[in-house]
Design a protein around this ligand. Sequence first.
Ligand SMILES: [Fe+2]
Length: 587
Amino acid sequence: MTSSLANSISSLNSVAMGDKKGDLVLKNCSLLSVYTKEIIPKIQIAIVNDRIAYVGPDAGHAIGPKTTIIDVKEKYVGPGFADPHLHIDQFVLPSELAKKSLLCGVTSLFSDPIDIVSVSGYKGFQEFLKLGEDLPIRIFQVVPGGLPVDGKFSHSKTLSLSQEKLAIKHPHVLGLGEVFSWTKVTLRDPKTMKSLSTMLENDCIINGHTAGASEKKLNAYVASGILSCHEPLNFDQVLERLRLGMSIMIREGSIRRDLKEIIPGVLIHGTSLDRLMFCSDGLDPIDITKYGHIDHCVRESIKLGLKPIDAISMASKNCFDYYNMSKDLGGIAPGKLADILIFDDLKSLKPNKVFVGGKLVVSNGSIVTSIKKKIIPTWIKKTVKLNKLSPKDFGIKSKKQSIIANTIFMQTEIITKLGSAELFTKEGNILTSLDKDVWKVAAFDRIHGTNKHAIGFLENFGADISAFASTWSFHENDLIVIGSNDSDMSIAANSLIKNQGGLVVVKSGKIIASLPLQLAGIISTDSFEKVLSNFEQVNNSIVDSGCKFSRPHLIPLFLPFLALPSIRILSGGIVDVKRRSYINPIN
Ligand SMILES: [Fe+2]
């Protein structure tokens, strides 16, 4: 339980004065001061309960018989890192992610749980809040800020205005998450405008997403109270937003890696760093294992030319300043919560020790605290509301011998365009074509149990498998099935219906790899290591068989994603995003 500063001042003041003794004193620290951008040698830090009481040359007056003393032997001591924007309703439970993040020195996560809300609405949001409580890491949440992306096509669940008002009463709910459908702001969509003014009236933060917006549209967005963005792809876009008073979270995660494009421009221009942060926007198990988390951003930025103390300030102080939490977090100073990292050197930047609220949680690069398993209610593990499907459910009929199909042509795992291919029929059913690399793709509503579904064609996938299915697809969370034949598509779909969620790969009638995602069909209840292994198997089984893309799980994930052009598939149909119209799978 985190103390409040208001209730702690007497105790902190007494320890600072030596009238009371501290619980913990760190001696011989090379202090990374994010306030003065200095590295100050031979500093001593006294901690009482979960906060810092004293920072200075001699904490002897705060040492009593029960005080634990740690000599850090001139190692570097700095504040815990924060990830100011990520989606933690992915892959693993918050408790499993916590272990990996803490090992990287990340002691605060600012979570935007879009997909848990898309699947299970306010009830799911409340349950997810509980999953993030009482962990040895700080997890703050925001109310998802853009669902549904486009009400004409989307059927995702969302929060009503009254539910948003209720949600922000929770002490760990800080405001509104990335308002990604920015046209809803520039067109002054009534619900969006009410949400924004509610947040502003309640002094809540509003996170932004302004991909592609500039000039008057960007001004209108900022004038609506949205003061951050993690979408800039280059320094020009960063500068345009900084000049309008925005804060920028430079993204370096599994969806995009923007550091290398942005940091050199920041250095050349000499831009103030005060409103710059790093964020991951979400990390898959392979990436967090391979690269790390915010520690990776700090390391890479230093390699690109930033001073270590500047990169560390961007990873800590700047995030808490942005979230108006600077009295509690962001640096090593009296009154602050004792989230402290100890580094052997400023090159590897892997913390040897991590304290959260004065409690040692990482030592010698290992987790040294216990994390209780949470009880997960049954209802949230039953979200694939579909009856068993048959091969017939994947058929597309035509009386002709051949047809011209409109295909979703995959340019990358994420970017699509409208394609076209001649396909032939057999007994009135249109066949896919291995030669032309044309597949079938299906989207089933698995959230509402409406049986609504759409079948189309997908081009340029290239893998030598026969079906790939997933219950996790951004914002819609339809069941997506890609396949070369109806029978194997139904085997893949039925496996996910039976197991209530995940990713599965089928070849010649057999399941060759699977990643169960039991919680809402988007999060596994297994250990991080198990999830990593399953995820690698799913990826490798597709990539090693000749898929055109290196990260195939992104294909079903983005296929219904209405925030990007050009052609998407949802359970309601195939959508031309720019024209805001449905298109037929057959021309
Ligand atoms: Fe995001």
